[in-house]
Design a protein around this ligand. Structure first.
Ligand code: BES
Ligand code: MN
Ligand code: ZN
Length: 489
């Protein structure tokens, strides 16, 4: 069930809710604004802080009983040392909402000191992402064993001006992240290239965007030999999806997503262990859809095109093979060394297709390389590009959105890695500098300002992180939106 959000000008001691979430910074003493609440709780809050049972560390939470009046229960959540206050607030809000759901609260209120307009926005986004879950495929328990659904959250604030607008903005971003997560969490037999196209059509219809969907036949006419090589092993129709949001002047920003609804590796098949994770190989595409929806809901005064290349990578009698040479949409020839290096083959043709939009800048997101996880782990997006100022713009958008990236070099020296004996290049550069050689491969297909985000380490989590469950993170929806917003001025 969707979480309904509202803002209310009320004091934390005076709200009658099943749960009050209170976010406090590290080593906080009792804020004055919480004195009346503390009094109504027989000073339980103040004592907890004095005893240092709760220290306000990032991701820390402590559950307390409520008083005779007001909130029935209290949940303290930590903000950490507050160096990145927006990120900390979003994370604490997400943790609070997630705990609220687990506790079986049907509604809750959220309080933190001095919530500005900007803070209300990130809290709203955080609450929505924290309340997100994917339970469509789980039969609900019988009525008498069911917990109430979490359906409502109230952000408490002293601020009246602009808070409704901030709430709407945060909701748009939170909903975009939730959409991306849901698409990614869906199993590969349900979230197919067709399903991604239908989802895009739905967004286009709701927000009056132009949409173009190419299938196998249209791609053959376009001579997209690289994307089609990957799609050769599956009977499912591959899709190239273009969503056009036009609400400004000038050249558009183009957001590109890798949409492998499943990546088995193809003939160069992956080991069975963990292969089910490769349903997440469409997280880039999911983020493009989530971001396009959010950008439209925010009514940003810009032109943005969302582009997705979607198929599945399967071994079969018709599949492409190592040693094959394919002709890409751009005309360059590619020798296939490893059919598991399929993402760059799909993106090569999508990036080449993007030229027709005469882009101001293109940012692509792809779960492209295992090497990215080795280099940067699950903490930072790997950032590459051919234009230093756009790279800096993307890095700044990543910091603002709490989805940080870190740059890696694209020096010509690395081009050695993808030299082919028979063709213009080969699709695998081996293990050394694996993320760089993949990005250098993509660079061969762009002639505009371009940034590539390798999200293999950050698009999904293999463990529960507290503020995020095991599964997709929604990254980089927030970065995409911030990047476009930055350009909206
Ligand atoms: N989708 C994978 C990359 C990946 C690996 C994403 C692990 C998330 C977690 C990609 O298509 C792939 O298989 N890449 C190969 C490239 C290699 C064959 C050059 C890889 O990283 O091993
Ligand atoms: Mn692969
Ligand atoms: Zn892949």
């Amino acid at each position: 069930m969707a979480l309904h959000l509202s803002v209310r000008r009320a004091e934390p001691q005076s709200v009658d809710v099943p749960l009050l979430v209170v976010a406090l910074p590290k080593n906080a003493t009792l804020p004055d604004a919480l004195e009346p609440l503390d009094t109504s709780l027989g000073n339980a809050l103040g004592r907890t802080l004095d005893r240092r049972d709760f220290r306000g560390a990032r991701d820390e939470s402590l559950h307390l009983a409520g008083g005779a009046k007001g909130a029935q229960r209290i949940l303290l959540v930590g903000l950490g040392d507050g160096k990145d206050s927006a990120g900390a607030l979003r994370r604490a809000a997400a943790l609070g909402a997630r705990q609220a759901r687990k506790l079986g609260a049907s509604s809750f209120a959220f309080w933190s000191e001095n919530l500005t307009e900007a803070a209300i926005e990130v809290v709203a986004a955080g609450l929505i992402t924290g309340a997100w879950d994917y339970s469509d495929l789980k039969t609900p328990p019988p009525e008498d064993e069911r917990k109430p659904d979490l359906s409502e959250a109230i952000i408490l604030t002293g601020k009246a001006k602009g808070s409704e607008e901030a709430l709407a903005r945060g909701t748009a971003i939170g909903d975009g992240i939730a959409l991306a997560r849901t698409l990614a969490m869906m199993p590969g037999n349900l979230c197919t290239p067709d399903f991604l196209a239908d989802t895009a059509r739905d967004i286009a219809k709701r927000h009056r965007m132009k949409i173009t969907v190419l299938g196998r036949e249209e791609m053959e006419r376009e001579k997209m030999g690289s994307l089609l090589a990957v799609a050769q092993g599956t009977p499912q129709d591959p899709k190239l999806i273009a969503l056009e949001y036009r609400n400004g002047s000038g050249k558009p920003v183009v957001l590109v997503g890798k949409g492998l609804c499943f990546d088995s590796g193809g003939i160069s098949i992956k080991p069975a262990q963990g292969m089910e994770m490769m349903k997440f190989d469409m997280c880039g595409a999911a983020a493009v859809l989530g971001a396009m929806q959010a950008i439209a809901e925010l009514r940003l005064p810009v032109n943005v095109v969302g582009l997705i290349g979607s198929t599945t990578n399967m071994p079969s009698g018709t599949a492409f093979k190592p040693g094959d040479v394919v002709r890409s949409h751009l005309g360059k020839y590619i020798e296939i060394i490893n059919t598991d290096a399929e993402g760059r083959l799909v993106l090569a043709d999508v990036l080449s297709y993007a030229r027709r939009f005469d882009p101001a800048a293109v940012v692509d997101a792809a779960t492209l390389t295992g090497a990215c996880v080795i280099a940067l782990g699950h903490t930072a997006i790997a950032v590459f590009g051919n234009d230093d100022s756009v790279i800096q713009e993307v890095l700044a958008a990543g910091r603002r959105s709490g989805e940080p990236g870190w740059p890696l070099p694209l020096w010509d020296e690395y081009k050695e890695l993808i030299k082919s004996d028979v063709a213009d290049m080969k699709n695998s550069g081996g293990r050394a500098a694996g993320s760089i050689s993949a990005a250098l491969f993509l660079k061969e297909f762009v002639d505009y300002p371009w940034v590539h985000l390798d999200i293999a380490g950050t698009a999904y989590s293999e463990s529960d992180l507290g503020f995020i469950p095991k599964g997709p993170t929604g990254i980089p929806v927030g970065l995409f939106v911030e990047f476009v917003r930055g350009r909206a001025g």
